[in-house]
Design a protein around this ligand. Structure first.
Ligand SMILES: [Zn+2]
Length: 261
């Protein structure tokens, strides 16, 4: 029996952060992310960007930049044509600055419905985060309705819960924390988020990833070819993959390679 629940480096847990609206405070938050070796995705509204391209590229280097629409309207209260223009123009503006395909999204004000999902998908959006906190560590069933674990203000109790599960094999793996860096107004606020980051950082059992790295890994896993006797593994993707065989053996299948066990 093959199970997909192993992540890069043979790890069993994932941590990701997600911050909306593109406030200049992102710079201080990202400095903390770099200091502690964690990663996040920053959902930007292209009409709200207040720095030049060079400054923005330096600010977000090593993190993922994703869409949050041009003007932060409510997608569930727009005609689909407006969702399309708000999404495509945001993508185009961000891609011009950052130089890579920007295909992640978080719904402005958490607003979405079937029409918004269809319109965004048609614009090339691959995943979109909601604001429905699960209080748990589930992987998304639908990447276009990717529910986070919690807002950062509620993260500390969940940190303890997450860390207490690191050695249990069969449990949900993903701790997803979201917020806005403009919510950090006082030094106490900064101390709180640093405490959250510090208690989760530097753990060899956790994969620290952006939202898109998680999406890419999950999608690549579905491309894995496995022989009927589950001994030959062929990875046609550009991403190294890991699976678990018979609940005991972790198999690494490097990008573009075939592995026989
Ligand atoms: Zn927002």
């Amino acid at each position: 029996m093959i199970q997909y629940h192993i992540y890069p480096g043979g790890k069993r847990r994932i941590l990701t952060f997600s911050y909306d609206d593109g406030n200049p405070n992102d710079e201080r938050l990202i400095a903390l992310f770099r200091q502690y070796g964690v990663k996040g995705t920053f959902h930007l509204n292209s009409s709200w960007l207040s720095a030049d391209a060079e400054t923005l590229c330096a600010r977000y280097a090593g993190q993922e930049v994703a869409c949050h629409t041009v003007h932060h309207g409510w997608p569930a209260r727009m005609p689909q044509q407006s969702v399309v223009s708000e999404t495509l123009a945001d993508r185009a503006a961000l891609e011009k600055i950052f130089g890579y395909p920007v295909q992640g999204m978080s719904y402005p004000s958490g607003s979405y419905d079937e029409g918004a999902i269809a319109a965004m998908r048609a614009c090339g959006i691959l995943y979109s985060r909601t604001t429905k906190n699960t209080g748990g560590f589930l992987l998304p069933e639908d990447f276009m309705a990717w529910h986070p674990s919690c807002h950062h203000r509620d993260a500390l109790p969940l940190c303890e819960k997450f860390l207490s599960t690191l050695d249990s094999e069969w449990t949900h793996p993903l701790f997803y924390i979201w917020g806005h860096s403009h919510e950090f107004r006082t030094e106490q606020d900064w101390q709180h988020i640093e405490k959250v980051i510090a208690c989760l950082a530097g753990n060899e059992k956790i994969w620290y990833a952006t939202n898109m790295e998680i999406y890419n890994y999950m999608v690549a896993g579905q491309q894995l070819r496995i022989s009927a006797d589950e001994r030959i593994f062929e990875n046609p993707t550009a991403i190294d993959l890991w699976v678990e065989k018979d609940k005991k053996e972790i198999i690494h299948i490097p990008a573009g390679e075939r592995v026989t066990v």
